[in-house]
Design a protein around this ligand. Structure first.
Ligand code: NAP
Length: 275
């Protein structure tokens, strides 16, 4: 079997950004990589090889995760780490989101991730080992204006992962949360679901301020390779640590939120983004 002694990672959303940077880094470090994506046939950067398999996985399709688990096990014998990275941000005030847009945000960021955990957990439980890494966000701990539904999905991932830490931890399975700050990827580009506020002129001024402050804030975004390094450290960490911050803004704002408490922090964020 190729890459027999190497460890194996399965990555969701490996077509772009943090997922792709992680696929590269684990591969460079000698791991077998199952880079999953919605359209592997369209991938041109990651080259399939003995230790790099491109596999189809759409987290919105319930049949997709079990199929990917089977393909990964068939290729490499076992899975050591499953990285739940696929996700995107819906941007706009709650009132502007259609039912379909809101459901899709939860389907990809929360229910899709749950489907992946349910698919790989029996494999990990049978082996009494394995690591589930969930990509959350600083938006899973603190909120920013015009991201209410995205924030809700990442808060959900935080609670879910704490729950899994107990449940899967009983079997020696590690659970990690990665909490990046602003990262230069397609998150703010083609992946963003920007909600139409044209029928809600009341929000125009608010959104204008949020957009301008966000543009300023994201000028200092970190590269996805920085998050990949944190994910790699989390994958090889033998401890039972759950949370890993990624990026200077994450390391600044998350402790500040804990220090100040939510009300004071929210007033500060309101000043930063809507004044
Ligand atoms: P990205 O470059 O837009 O990558 C997102 C990935 O998710 C793409 O590979 C995309 O695939 C995939 N995806 C979307 N819907 C999917 C579906 N239904 N099934 C499978 N894959 C799907 O953005 P990124 O920043 O690397 O995002 C990765 C993760 O980091 C997300 O969970 C995001 O919430 C989190 N995060 C990002 C930031 C940031 O500032 N960038 C900060 C904190 C957390 P396609 O190529 O097919 O669209």
């Amino acid at each position: 079997m190729p890459g027999d002694s190497a460890k194996t990672i399965v990555i969701t959303g490996a077509s772009s950004g943090i997922g792709k940077a992680s696929a590269r880094l684990f591969h460079e470090n000698g791991w077998n990589v199952v880079a999953t994506m919605r359209r592997p046939e369209a991938e041109t950067d990651l080259q399939p090889s003995e230790r790099m398999k491109l596999v189809a996985l759409d987290v919105q399709d319930p049949e997709s995760p079990p199929r990917a688990v089977a393909e990964a096990v068939a290729a490499f014998g076992q899975i050591d780490v499953w990285l739940n990275n696929a996700g995107y941000g819906a941007f706009g005030p709650l009132e502007a989101g259609t039912r379909e847009q809101i459901i899709r945000q939860f389907e990809v960021n929360v229910f899709g991730l749950i489907a992946c955990v349910q698919a790989v957990a029996p494999h990990f439980r049978a082996r009494r080992s394995g690591t589930v890494i969930n990509v959350s966000s600083i938006g899973g701990i603190m909120t920013v204006p015009a991201f209410s539904v995205y924030n809700a999905t990442k808060f959900a991932i935080e609670g879910l992962s704490e729950g899994l830490w107990y449940e899967l931890g009983t079997f020696g399975i590690r659970v990690r949360l990665i909490e990046p700050g602003a990262i230069k990827t397609e998150f703010g580009g083609r992946s963003a679901d920007v909600w139409d506020i044209s029928r809600l002129p009341d929000y125009a001024g608010f959104m204008e301020k949020v957009r301008a402050s966000r543009t300023k804030y994201t000028q200092n975004s970190s590269p996805p390779e920085l998050v990949a390094e944190v994910i790699y450290a989390a994958a090889i960490d033998p401890s039972d640590r759950l949370r890993y911050l990624a990026g200077p803004d994450a390391r600044r704002y998350v402790p500040l939120r804990r220090l100040l408490g939510a009300p004071a922090m929210m007033r500060m964020v309101r000043r930063m983004f809507t004044r």
